[in-house]
Write a protein that binds this ligand. Structure first.
Ligand SMILES: CCCCCCCCCC/C=C\CC(=O)SCCNC(=O)CCNC(=O)[C@H](O)C(C)(C)COP(=O)(O)OP(=O)(O)OC[C@H]1O[C@@H](n2cnc3c(N)ncnc32)[C@H](O)[C@@H]1OP(=O)(O)O
Length: 364
């Protein structure tokens, strides 16, 4: 973690204005009424599409749809918690409650995204013009969509606060590689639910291979180096839309983004065991701009859509000019950090921290 922070400081030092340089001209746009209606219309279309589904999407998806619908129409869960034996209502309550204070607008968007991911047959009935809104399937832990020149990679483990498990590390790398080659202009990372991400999934440390913990630590270090390397080498403007609290590696990675927009609901950015509010992270240069949660999605996506209309080659070339001066150093710091981490993962301090977290429920 310390070294990732160093990478961030290094990036900022060697290019003090890098956030600004690739944070594009400020375009003052306001959500117009057409856009707001379209969003509500998409939501209504999606509700109709759900009724037309030919295949049962399964209980987990149905619960997600239920929760997002309730959140989008009524806001945060306001029902008393059902008793333990009332299994169905308890599952519904849990799903809704897990969305925390996710804004209605974001819930509506997530509902639309989820519905359009459910069946390829829906796409033909969708009113979206073919080719303007594409969803990549084949991801278990992400929802990846491409629309209006923006590829959106959304962490999609809201019940686990978007903790990054091994599968998600691999899928993020795959999604970034695909986004670097697709026809989108900018790429956005964001989280589904009330968290941006709670960082490394601590259960990653529990699956020990036959070679023991040393082999595990070594494999993790190799993978982590490749993972962070994908962010260092990503060629297009990369934007983080930090919709809620962010922890650990999800925070340290922010230094490698070109712009970071945070909701003021991201009250916790855990770094070095210290909590920063989004405003404090902004003052430190880790976040580009903070928005009130009530207007966060609207303001940020309006801005991003405007960025995506900027000349793509100029954006890429600007990023390359900046990044090439620091790329070598960033890779060197990344390699060093992964070596240090490989040792730290074998320490008693790390084992104790993981065991404490994983056993905390049994202590209650
Ligand atoms: C490339 C491949 C390499 C693979 C591995 C090595 C990579 C190493 C990367 C670098 C190393 C470290 C950097 C880090 O990211 S360290 C930070 C790790 N994160 C944490 O310590 C946060 C732990 N979580 C919490 O403290 C809390 O959950 C919370 C985020 C403050 C939220 O609290 P809450 O009370 O609101 O919600 P809670 O009930 O705790 O959580 C809901 C469910 O989500 C599960 N969960 C949350 N975070 C994690 C996590 N990080 N790992 C695993 N599981 C997590 C939690 O257990 C609950 O699950 P359940 O409902 O009990 O089933």
């Amino acid at each position: 973690m310390a070294m990732a922070y160093l990478a961030w400081r290094l990036a900022r030092r060697s290019c003090p204005s890098s956030l600004q340089v690739t944070s594009f001209p400020v375009v003052q746009l306001h959500m117009n009424r057409t856009a707001m209606r379209a969003s509500q219309k998409d939501f209504e279309n999606s509700m109709n599409q759900v009724k037309l589904l030919k295949k049962d999407p399964g209980n987990e998806v149905k619960l997600k749809l239920y929760a997002l619908y309730k959140q989008a129409t009524e806001g945060p869960c306001n029902m008393p918690k059902p008793g333990v034996f009332d299994l169905i209502n308890k599952a519904k309550w849990d799903a809704w409650n897990a969305l925390g204070s996710l804004p209605k607008e974001a819930a509506r968007q997530n509902y639309v995204d989820l519905v359009s991911s459910l069946s390829p047959s829906l796409e033909s009935s969708s009113q979206v013009e073919p080719g303007t809104d594409r969803k990549s399937t084949g991801f278990e832990t992400l929802v990846v969509t491409s629309e209006d020149g923006i590829t959106k990679i959304m962490f999609n483990r809201p019940k686990k606060k978007n903790a990054i498990n091994t599968e998600m590390y691999h899928e993020i790398m795959r999604a970034l590689k695909a986004a670097s080659k697709d026809d989108s202009i900018i790429t956005v990372l964001t989280g589904n639910g009330d968290y941006y991400s709670s960082g490394n999934d601590l259960t990653n440390f529990t699956d020990i291979p036959p070679g023991g913990v040393e082999e595990k630590a070594k494999n993790n270090a190799v993978l982590l180096r490749e993972f962070v390397g994908c962010f260092i080498d990503f060629p297009k403007p990369l934007i983080a839309v930090v919709n809620g609290p962010a922890v650990g590696i999800s925070v340290t990675l922010l230094g490698l983004f070109d712009a970071v927009y945070a909701s003021d609901r991201a009250t916790e950015m855990l770094i070095f065991g210290k909590k920063l509010t989004a405003g404090e992270a902004c003052a430190q240069g880790l976040v580009t701009e903070v928005f009130p949660d009530s207007t966060f999605q609207k303001e940020v996506w309006t801005r991003l859509k405007a960025f995506a209309k900027l000349p793509p080659n100029a954006l890429r070339i600007s990023k390359e000019v900046i990044r090439k001066r620091e790329r070598e150093k960033l890779h060197a710091v990344n390699a060093e950090e992964c070596n240090v981490l490989q040792g730290r993962w074998l320490s008693d301090e790390c084992t104790n921290a993981v065991v404490n977290f994983l056993s905390r429920k049994s202590k209650l």
